[in-house]
Ligand binder design. Structure first.
Ligand code: PFF
Length: 455
């Protein structure tokens, strides 16, 4: 799977190998860090509800389209559109994906760096004694704020995260990583379930449960829908060609429909459970607001670790597994520009991985310093803005173009033919064709226009 440039092209060893890599890409900081942050900021349970619909109706639809384009063409995102519609501007979708990938990698790795820092802090006993109920939230907050404001530390952690990613992508030792994650991701799941159960049994957890699960429809707005749909793309790794690239290594005989369904469902499950940990804890131990933003989970998680036997061990394990989950995602992000440079520009894998990684690091510096490390970048909220521009808007634009391309340019019936190679019955054909031609483009277009009008 590592030498993308060699012909014949590598193919996943099995359907399971693909599913592991694709869920590895999907499950990451988007589930544990970004999803609770969005829920807290944009309306609680109403956001969750819109998110579920967005994943099932739009995310799944676009994922199936990406996988199908990838498998049909067996190419990187730029090459794929060029192969289906040669000599047209449609390959711009691929370029957009390449640029978006570098930008997302730059700030995503900053957050992953925070998780690395939290491994050391937890191991060092920083969260062992947070004090009584009132004091606990305050000291967890203070610990976070001073940690992320250390400019040198956050930059070193950013470099570490990007370095690991570039190393793995350049050497193509992905197989090793995937084998590890096969064992360790179920462990992450188990820990998440344990923490969720503990959070639910905290005295005072109820208020958090209703914030998270009892929709208040007066909070429904265009903004909520915009961010819920954006979060679906982010979490499912859609809109920049990651799933297209992974799809390009799938065997013709594999069932793309059930693969897409499985990846979407397991990704949703982890995000949903992350919310079950964060919100009951946040309401049971007051002091941190749901609207906290990027710091939210880093401030709330130590609270739950302090409320569970062997909390320090759980905390340590949790952050280690979170780093691994983030790593399987950063690998998939870096893979997009690297596959492009290797396939189309004939670069060596090594050169592509390290140069793009270096670029992402430079681009990540302002984000890393925007949580207190630099007064200017902090005031400009660089990281938040990067996440909005690339993690929400750019992915939505990419997904829109992919839907329009699949539905009208390549045509849904041609895509369906590719899908049927491994799923002869393809019972969802009618529904999927309608969704890719009408529902997905209409919804994405409306939210983008809404955003432009609202400024
Ligand atoms: N889906 C990843 C997560 O939820 O953490 C992030 C991500 C990976 C976004 C790959 C986009 C992408 F292409």
């Amino acid at each position: 799977m590592n030498e993308v440039s060699k012909k014949p092209r590598a193919i996943w060893g099995s359907k399971i190998a693909f599913i592991l890599a694709a869920t590895g890409s999907a499950i990451g900081l988007g589930n544990i860090w970004r999803f609770p942050m969005m829920v807290g900021r944009y309306g609680g349970a109403v956001f969750v509800l819109v998110y579920v619909l967005a994943v099932a109706l739009i995310g799944f639809t676009v994922m199936l389209a990406e996988l199908t384009i990838g498998r049909h063409t067996q190419k990187n995102p730029v090459g794929a559109f060029e192969r289906i519609k040669p000599g047209t501007a449609w390959k711009a979708i691929g370029y957009l994906g390449v640029v978006t990938a570098v930008a997302i990698l730059s700030y995503y790795a900053v957050i992953a760096g925070w998780a690395i820092g939290y491994v050391f802090k937890t191991a060092g006993g920083a969260f062992r004694d947070l004090g009584g109920a009132e004091a606990a939230a305050a000291s967890a907050s203070r610990a976070f704020d001073s940690f992320v404001a250390d400019p040198l530390l956050v930059l070193v952690l950013l470099m570490g995260m990007i370095g690991m990613t570039a190393h793995i992508v350049s050497r193509g030792v992905r197989e090793g990583i995937e084998r590890w994650s096969k064992i360790l991701m179920p462990l992450l799941f188990v820990i998440v379930v344990i923490l969720a159960v503990r959070a639910l049994t905290l005295p005072g957890a109820r208020a958090g449960v209703s914030f998270y699960l009892k929709p208040d429809f007066s909070k429904l707005s265009g903004t909520v829908i915009l961010f819920a749909v954006g979060q679906a793309f982010f979490s499912l790794s859609l809109g920049l060609g990651t799933m297209l690239t992974y799809g390009s290594y799938i065997r013709k005989s594999d069932n793309l429909v059930s693969s897409a369904a499985w990846v979407s469902f397991s990704d949703f499950l982890i995000a949903f459970l992350a919310g079950i940990i964060i919100f009951p804890t946040l309401f049971a131990i007051p002091g941190i607001a749901p609207e906290e933003g990027p710091a939210l989970v880093f401030k709330v998680l130590p609270l739950i670790f302090s409320k569970i036997p062997l909390g320090q061990m759980f905390g340590l394990l949790f952050f280690l597994l979170l780093i691994l989950a983030a790593l399987t995602s950063t690998i998939s992000i870096l893979e997009v520009p690297v596959a492009y440079l290797v396939d189309e520009k004939k670069w060596s894998r090594r050169r592509a991985a390290w140069l793009v990684g270096g670029l992402a690091f430079l681009l990540g510096v302002p984000s890393a310093l925007s949580s207190g490390g630099s007064a200017l970048f902090t005031r400009l909220k660089i990281q938040d803005r990067m996440d909005f521009a690339f993690g929400s808007v750019s992915l939505a634009v990419g997904a829109l173009l992919i839907a329009v391309f699949t539905g009208y340019i390549w045509k849904a019936k041609n895509a369906a033919q590719e899908i049927r190679l491994g799923a002869p019955r393809f019972r969802l054909e009618k529904a999927w064709s309608l969704a890719i031609k009408f529902l997905a483009p209409a919804v994405i277009l409306i939210i983008l226009i809404f955003k432009i009008l609202k400024g």
